[in-house]
Design a protein around this ligand. Structure first.
Ligand SMILES: C[S@@+](CC[C@H](N)C(=O)[O-])C[C@H]1O[C@@H](n2cnc3c(N)ncnc32)[C@H](O)[C@@H]1O
Length: 335
């Protein structure tokens, strides 16, 4: 008997179908399929199951060609401009290193006076300097001295006698405008006459701020030994003076000791080292061209002057400084 015949005989004896257990399972499933349920389709299978998902997920929106062009052109423009700025900065640093510039650069304003306003208008507008000037100048009252007046950029903010005054302000009795540059003083005078025709209590002097003396008559009128200004104003002047500490000390000595105030709006060093490095690296070239040392530490200069700080504020990364100062009171031991 062959081996296969022996196997078949054994299975017959056991009364099992030749197909064995598998056959029994099929019988069972056949019984189920006779129920009334509709026949279910076998699930579709794909080689890559993710292909099915692609139909279900929402398509990601693509950027419109217009927008892509806009961004492309903008990035290119900004990149080119940054490159240009960097190249100019490098050139300016290299040029600065070749210069030996004297501390006193104030004579530059004689040449640049007529274009000064055009040079600074845009940057002052972008920095919102108009409101900062206005807020400072509207504190001025009594006999006022403005030193380093330049082209008279503060003129329109004064509360002058004859100008419609705001009732809460005492306003200005007299105003004296002083600058070292005759060209600058002339521009202030022209602007003033256009802005305030007929207002008389005003004077224009070509003078060093460190040598101004108030009229002796004021002291006599006020029953005091000396004459003083009630308010002294200076905006963007410290950067141009050869000796700002001495000048501030002098201004302190001619400010009314009790209620008198010195109002400063200046520009100089920043809070940030990286910005100070830029200012330092290009200071010589800037001073030589514009007559302004833009890297001065205004806070240090004010402290050295010995004047008392009533208020200090800073803006624009700390480069714009505003001070309200007063002469140091005798009992506090200052100069
Ligand atoms: C940067 S300009 C500022 C002008 C103006 N105050 C303003 O806010 O636009 C500096 C001015 O200070 C003047 N200046 C420099 N040293 C001075 C001094 N020792 N006495 C008076 N004016 C001086 C210059 O002639 C120049 O007009």
């Amino acid at each position: 008997m062959s081996a296969s015949r022996v196997g078949t005989a054994f299975l017959n004896k056991a009364k099992l179908p030749v197909s064995g257990l598998h056959g029994a399972k099929c019988k069972h499933s056949k019984a189920k399929s006779t129920s009334k349920r509709p026949p279910t389709k076998p699930p579709r299978t794909r080689a890559n199951p993710q292909i099915d998902d692609l139909h279900l997920k929402p398509k990601p929106k693509s950027m419109s060609p217009r927008l892509m062009t806009f961004f492309g052109v903008s990035f290119l423009g900004i990149g080119t401009y940054c490159g240009y700025l960097y190249a100019s900065y490098k050139r300016e640093v290299a040029y600065s290193k070749t210069l030996e510039v004297s501390k006193d650069v104030s004579d530059r304003y004689n040449k640049t006076a007529r274009q000064f306003d055009a040079d600074v208008d845009m940057s002052e507008y972008l920095m919102g300097m108009g409101s900062k000037r206005r807020d400072l100048i509207q504190m001025a009252r009594g006999n006022v001295l403005e030193v380093s007046c330049g082209t008279g950029r503060n003129l329109s903010y004064y509360e002058l006698p004859g100008k419609k005054s705001r009732p809460e302000l005492e306003g200005c009795r007299t105003v004296t405008f002083v600058d070292l540059s005759p060209q600058m003083v002339e521009i202030t005078r022209e602007k003033f006459q256009k802005l305030y025709p007929g207002i008389k209590r005003v004077a224009f002097w070509v003078k060093n701020a460190g040598e101004v003396i108030p009229p002796a008559a004021w002291g006599k009128e006020a029953g005091k030994e000396a004459s003083y200004y009630d308010t002294i104003v200076q905006t963007m002047g410290i950067c141009s003076m050869p000796d700002p500490v001495e000048t501030l000390r002098h201004l302190g000595s001619i400010t009314e000791p009790e209620k008198g105030r010195i109002l400063l709006l200046e520009h100089g060093r920043s809070y940030y080292g990286w910005l100070n490095n830029i200012l330092d690296n290009t200071a010589a070239a800037h001073a030589d061209r514009h007559g302004c040392w833009w890297n001065r530490d205004i806070g240090e200069i004010v402290r050295e002057s010995g004047l008392e700080i009533v208020e200090e504020k800073r803006w624009h990364f700390g480069t714009t400084w505003r001070y309200v100062l007063r002469p140091r009171r005798k009992d506090t031991g200052g100069s």
